[in-house]
Design a protein around this ligand. Structure first.
Ligand code: PMP
Length: 375
C-alpha cells in the first residue's frame, strides 16, 4: 500500500471510531432550497444571508457555504473523476485555489513529530504549508536527490518529500522519477506540486513525470494556469483523498467554488489541447533559441518559463521597465520571491502569439539585455 494510503487508513479509522468522519454529500443550491439527491430541502446551512447568490443566472454564485455543508454542487464529482484520471490517480479533490490545495494536502498528511523535506525553490504555498503543519521542515538544496536520500534516512515520524514539477521562477524541472523512487525506498510520501507542468508537459499534457513508472503519491495542481479556469486540486489514492476531505482546513472551513466555475473547469478539461501544446512547443523553442543566442541559455529541461537573471534588484526592474516601454510585459521578480542578488525578469511564453509577434518581442528582449549589459 502507498505510504499516503496507509497513513490515510489509520487517520480515517481514528475519525470513524470517534464518530467524526465527514463525507462530501452532493447538494445543489437553489435559492432558499438545496436539492439533495431527489429531495428539495429548505437550506438552513447557507451563508447567502441576503439571498444574493442567485437571480442573475450569468453571475450566480449559488454555493455560499463549505463543500461539507450545502456547497458540494453535483458538478464536482465529474470534475474530480476527470482530474484523477488525467493524473492517473484513483481520486481527486478540488479546492478553491492551488494555494489552498497545497496547504490542505500537506497539513493533512504531516504534523508535529513528522518531517517534511522541501526543495529550496518551492513555492510560497508549500513554504506556508510546512510552517502551518508544525512538522520539522528540512529544506534541501534545489533538485538535489542525494540530499533527499540523506535527509530521508534521518527523518522522524511520517516523512513527506515535496517538490514542484516545473519550478515557477526558474522554469527547470524536478527529477520526479528519482524523487518518487527515493520516497518509496524510505516509505515516505512524495508530494508533487505541478502547478506549472500540468496540462502542458508529458504525454497528453499529463504533467511533469507523467508516463514514468515511479509516481509521486499526491499530486497538487492549479486550475488557473494552463487550464485557464480557477481552482486547485489534489489527486491521490482514494483513502488519501477521503482523509483530505476530512482534515484539510482549506476545504472544510472555506466556501466552495461556485457551480459556474466548476462547470467552466470541467469544460476546459474536456477540450482538446494538442494543437495548443504544439503552438506552445514552437514558441518555447523560439524563446530558448533567443536566450542561447545571447549566451543566457541554461542547461537542463527547456520549458515555457525562463529567467533572465539580472542579479541586481534595480537592474532587473530597469529591464522590466524597458521591455514595457517597447511593448513587452515581463515582470521583474525580486526578493523574497527569489534569493537576494538573484533578481530577474521572468519570461513565460504561451500558445497565444504567432511567430512574427513573438519574434519581435524576443528581439526587444535581446536589445534590452544588450543595453543593460545583462549577460
Ligand atoms: N504552486 C505553484 C508552484 C505556483 O506557482 C502557484 C501560483 N503561483 C500555486 C501553487 C498556487 O496556485 P493558485 O494560483 O491556483 O493558488
Amino acid at each position: 500500500m502507498r505510504p499516503s494510503e496507509a497513513l490515510a487508513s489509520r487517520g480515517l479509522a481514528s475519525l470513524r471510531s470517534q464518530g467524526l468522519l465527514r463525507r462530501l454529500r452532493e447538494a445543489r443550491a437553489d435559492g432558499a432550497h438545496a436539492v439533495v439527491g431527489r429531495r428539495r430541502l429548505l437550506n438552513l446551512s447557507s451563508n447567502d444571508y441576503l439571498g444574493l447568490s442567485s437571480g442573475i443566472p450569468r453571475w450566480a454564485q449559488a454555493a455560499s457555504s463549505s463543500r461539507l455543508l450545502s456547497g458540494n454542487d453535483p458538478g464536482y464529482a465529474p470534475l474530480e473523476r476527470a482530474l484523477a484520471s488525467h493524473r492517473s490517480q484513483r481520486a481527486s479533490i478540488v479546492f478553491p485555489t492551488g494555494y489552498m490545495a497545497n496547504i490542505g494536502a500537506i497539513c493533512s498528511l504531516a504534523g508535529r513529530g513528522d518531517t517534511i523535506l522541501s526543495d529550496g525553490l518551492n513555492h510560497a504555498s508549500v513554504i506556508d504549508a510546512c510552517r502551518l503543519s508544525g512538522a520539522r521542515t528540512v529544506v534541501y538544496a534545489h533538485n538535489d536527490v542525494g540530499a533527499v536520500e540523506r535527509a530521508l534516512a534521518r527523518a522522524r515520524g511520517t516523512a513527506l518529500v515535496v517538490t514542484e514539477g516545473v519550478f515557477s521562477m526558474d522554469g527547470d524541472v524536478a527529477d520526479v522519477r528519482a524523487i518518487a523512487a527515493a520516497a518509496r525506498r524510505h516509505g515516505a510520501i512524495g508530494v508533487l506540486d505541478d502547478a506549472h507542468g500540468d496540462f502542458v508537459l508529458g504525454p497528453r499534457g499529463g504533467g511533469t513525470g507523467s508516463g514514468a513508472r515511479a509516481s509521486m503519491d499526491v499530486h497538487t495542481g492549479s486550475l488557473s494556469k494552463a487550464l485557464g479556469s480557477l481552482g486547485g486540486y489534489a489527486a491521490a489514492g482514494g483513502r488519501t483523498v477521503e482523509l483530505l476531505a476530512n482534515r484539510a482546513r482549506t476545504l472544510v472551513y472555506t466556501s466552495a467554488l461556485p457551480p459556474a466555475v466548476v462547470a467552466h473547469a470541467r469544460a476546459r478539461l474536456a477540450e482538446p489541447k494538442a494543437a495548443r501544446r504544439r503552438r506552445l512547443a514552437r514558441n518555447v523553442k523560439m524563446l530558448h533559441d533567443c536566450l542561447d543566442s545571447m549566451g543566457l541559455g541554461r542547461e537542463g529541461a527547456r520549458t515555457h518559463i525562463a529567467p533572465v537573471i539580472a542579479g541586481d534588484e534595480r537592474r532587473a526592474v530597469r529591464l522590466g521597465e524597458r521591455l514595457a516601454e517597447r511593448g513587452v510585459l515581463a515582470h521583474a521578480v525580486r526578493y523574497p520571491t527569489v534569493a537576494r542578488g538573484a533578481a530577474r525578469v521572468r519570461l513565460s511564453v504561451t500558445a497565444w502569439p504567432g511567430e512574427a509577434e513573438l519574434g519581435g518581442a524576443l528581439d526587444e528582449v535581446r536589445r534590452a539585455c544588450r543595453a543593460l549589459r545583462v549577460s
